[in-house]
Design a protein around this ligand. Structure first.
Ligand SMILES: Nc1ncnc2c1ncn2[C@@H]1O[C@H](COP(=O)(O)OP(=O)(O)OP(=O)(O)O)[C@@H](O)[C@H]1O
Ligand SMILES: [Mg+2]
Length: 292
């Protein structure tokens, strides 16, 4: 694919996305489709202004309270940053949302109708909640292109097949994704030869191929160079609005660049929430985290 074709494909994919977004806005918000079901057009019901809603969630591991009466919600299209000291429960929060860890009590809703606690991890991924772990997990022997193509196949439950062909919409999405993750010139390159930062982008690209509604990213810039971190900030800012994002990071420069609202977790609960400047001037936040 040439850069021109990539650009054209990216533009077509963006036009399709915009058309689908406007078509999906119905007066009822689709609640009539019933409890715990996705709307027929695959949209999550966010008519109450929330794509993710946790209330009074508790998790204990062998008597240790990792999550302690945690309540949190995120608006559609929001880019929420989560910060907090080691052991605060940030990764456990993602484990709960993705169905990896079951809370002892509390509510976790995707939109206003989907009770995530009723679903398995694989179902939750299919519903459109994508997760990026800290370590990049790309297929090192495959090319950048093949990694993205595989992400699409596995997500749609297509059996690995020689007959699988990208349709034009999927091809356009792949082109758009390559462009966004700055790997448009490297599509034939073996993933194992990419830098750490490029592998992280490729994995984010693999998630984007699945067109997630909510993306959970755990320490995405750890180990990146300053330049890679700056490019990642640009990428996340470009995803905001189209996807909802929850980003856990310790890198305050990065948080400063991308954040609107920052939630500070400590001892499994929300300690403070607000703009970065607001939480940075909170005496308790300084004491338990930023002042160290
Ligand atoms: N499966 C588990 N079994 C036992 N304890 C666990 C388990 N998962 C997490 N914990 C404990 O729960 C607490 C919260 O861990 P978590 O990994 O969520 O913290 P974190 O905020 O992500 O920290 P970091 O910034 O270091 O990544 C820690 O004390 C951790 O040891
Ligand atoms: Mg963690």
């Amino acid at each position: 694919m040439t850069p021109d074709l990539l650009e054209q494909g990216a533009q077509r994919a963006e036009a399709r996305r915009a058309a689908a977004a406007s078509a999906g806005q119905t007066a009822s918000g689709g609640r009539a489709t019933g409890f715990s079901r996705l709307k027929h057009n695959d949209e999550v019901d966010t008519t109450h202004g929330r794509i993710l809603y946790l209330e009074d969630v508790n998790v204990s591991f062998d008597g240790f309270k990792a999550i302690n009466h945690l309540s949190l919600d995120i608006a559609p299209g929001e880019l929420r940053c989560i910060i907090g000291p080691n052991g605060a429960g940030k990764t456990t929060l993602m484990d709960i949302i993705t169905g990896k860890t079951r809370p002892d009590s509390g509510s976790v809703f995707f939109g206003s109708t989907i009770d995530l606690l009723r679903y398995r991890e694989s179902d939750i991924a299919q519903m459109g909640i994508g997760r990026k772990f800290q370590k990049p997990t790309v297929f090192e022997q495959l090319s950048v292109f093949e990694n993205l193509e595989l992400a699409l196949k596995t997500h749609k439950g297509v059996l690995p097949s020689v007959f699988f062909r990208l349709n034009s919409e999927q091809g356009d999405r792949l082109a758009q994704t390559l462009h966004m993750i700055h790997l448009g010139d490297s599509l034939r390159r073996q993933a194992g030869t990419l830098s750490h930062g490029q592998k992280q982008w490729l994995e984010i690209g693999m998630l984007l191929m699945q067109d997630p509604k909510l993306l959970l990213l755990d320490e995405p810039v750890a180990g990146m160079t300053d330049e890679e971190t700056a490019r990642t900030a640009e990428l996340f800012l470009s995803l905001k609005g189209k996807h909802s994002l929850m980003v856990v990071e310790h890198d305050m420069g990065f948080i400063n660049t991308i954040s609107d609202i920052v939630t500070v977790l400590c001892d499994g609960a929300v300690l403070a929430q607000g703009t970065l400047a607001e939480v940075q001037s909170n005496a308790r936040v300084v004491e338990v985290y930023l002042g160290r």
